[in-house]
Design a protein around this ligand. Structure first.
Ligand code: ADP
Ligand code: MG
Length: 455
């Protein structure tokens, strides 16, 4: 950046200025504080009474307040109380008369940022003002960040998809988010269970409270019980305490031992009605042939499953697969600063037909690889999907054997039989199986079949 540009930016920030509201019923006092602060680069606004100043002050105010204590009408202490009730992080510096020590002490107790004793040292005033503004900026920044993570609208926008199940899901999140009962979320890995748990918390009345999560898989019973209910080794609050009034998200609920199930049930019984804390239980894996109802004792299951959300697997979401791919490809393209890959009809067909054992998480990984590959050489998305599903395997299996193996075995048998019937006549086999010569040759080579064996 050039020196001139730096200066321009400095000038601009100064013109918008860090704001300081000055309140004093004495005109001369206001004028001199104001003059001193503007000379020091601040942007002062002065008011003759607290009532007037309150019109520009609110929880969004990004500056600091300097106010006299003794004023007709609302005095400095009353103003301080009023502002502290509105936003405890709004810094208020009070000006006390000489000898008002008890009042200054009381002001600090009520949450004043600091106080200045008359007659005051202007250097000390600018120093205080600067520190107060810094504190204010930090508080607003932290608040904005908390907001972003807890903002239900942002989370709902992040949920891509218009398949009927997804439309229904959004409605359920909004409804259940407002309700009091516990929620059970079920679905294959990578279908968005954790994301939905956060959304449930963020769209409802608990949004301002804590969202605390813990995996029931992470430890043995003793450790798990201690982390949830205490005592916590090394001190601190147990998670159930931390989550009070908010959401306690229990991941991998299917892994809970019978003993822990009993403890959790006792905890649920103590929560009262409506429960002071909402439990969102996430079921992350079923053993084949075993449902969550088998894994949990029925009384616990029915308490947790007061409301139930089952996320559909990605392969059942139709065109949402393409919408999700495009959405994430665009995000990664922006992140890596390169164009997003354009899907060919063939790519799209592959994406729609892939088994997606890893669901949305797997699709996100493919979108990222596609963007990177596109940046390097402009390769096809198809090969990525195929390669990934070969290694991911999972949902493709029947009786422990991958579908691909069945298909290949079938293909080999079919070619073998047809060659036998036609006594090695390549042309006849090509015709019967509708295969071009090259493909037939490739497949025979792949399966170790040789024409000479049939003649
Ligand atoms: N409908 C969706 N739209 C956009 N992103 C999604 C969607 N569902 C899941 N994701 C993303 O997919 C990834 C996996 O989701 P996650 O909630 O961790 O799945 P699970 O908990 O079911 O294993 C996360 O990055 C999540 O943000
Ligand atoms: Mg998860």
């Amino acid at each position: 950046m050039t020196d001139q540009a730096t200066k321009d930016i400095e000038k601009e920030t100064r013109a918008q200025g860090p704001r300081i509201v000055i309140i004093d019923d004495e005109h001369d006092m206001r004028a001199s504080i104001s003059q001193w602060l503007s000379l020091s680069g601040f942007q002062p606004e002065s008011f003759a009474s607290a009532e007037e100043a309150l019109r520009v002050l609110g929880p969004e105010f990004d500056g600091a307040v300097i106010s006299d204590i003794r004023m007709p009408g609302m005095d400095g202490m009353a103003l301080l109380k009023r502002l502290a009730g509105m936003d405890a992080t709004l810094p208020v510096i009070l000006i006390t008369g000489h000898g008002d020590v008890p009042m200054a002490v009381e002001a600090m107790r009520l949450g004043a940022f600091d106080f200045l004793e008359k007659p005051f040292d202007p250097e000390r005033m600018t120093d205080l003002a600067r520190r107060a503004l810094k504190a204010r900026a930090l508080a607003l920044e932290a608040r904005a960040l908390r907001h972003e993570l807890a903002d239900g609208k942002t989370l709902m926008r992040r949920l891509v998809g218009n398949a009927p199940e997804m439309v229904r899901l959004r409605e359920d999140i909004l409804d259940y988010g407002q309700a009091d009962g516990h929620v059970l979320i079920d679905g294959e890995t990578g279908t968005g269970k954790t994301l939905v748990a956060h959304a449930l918390h963020a769209v409802g009345p608990r949004a301002g409270r804590r969202f605390v999560s813990l995996s029931c898989l992470c430890a043995d019973d003793e450790t798990l019980a201690a982390r949830l209910f205490g005592p916590v080794s090394g001190g601190g609050l147990p998670l159930a305490e931390e989550a009070r009034g908010g959401t306690l998200c229990l991941e991998d609920i299917e892994a809970l031992s019978p003993a822990m199930q009993a403890r959790l049930l006792a905890f649920l019984n103590d929560l009262g009605t409506p429960p002071a804390t909402r439990i969102v239980a996430i079921c992350n894996a079923h053993e084949p042939g075993r449902t969550l109802e088998d894994a949990l004792r029925p009384d616990l299951y029915f308490r947790l499953a007061a409301m139930k959300i089952t996320l559909p697997p990605l392969r059942a979401r139709g065109e949402d697969i393409l919408a999700l791919f495009n959405d994430y490809a665009a995000r990664f393209a922006e992140e890596y600063g390169c164009p997003a890959p354009e899907l060919s009809a063939q790519d799209a067909a592959h994406l729609l037909q892939a088994p997606w054992p890893g669901n949305v998480r797997q699709l996100i990984a493919i979108a990222e690889q596609a963007v990177l590959q596109n940046r390097r050489e402009g390769g096809s998305v198809v090969s990525l999907v195929m390669a990934d599903n070969e290694t991911a395997g999972g949902a493709l299996t029947t009786e422990g054997k991958p579908l691909k193996e069945y298909v290949e075995a079938f293909e080999r048998t079919l070619i073998d039989n047809t060659m036998r019937r036609h006594k090695g006549s390549i042309t006849a086999v090509m015709e019967e199986l509708c295969l071009p010569r090259r493909t037939l040759n490739e497949k025979m080579a792949k399966y170790g079949l040789s024409r000479a064996d049939y003649v």
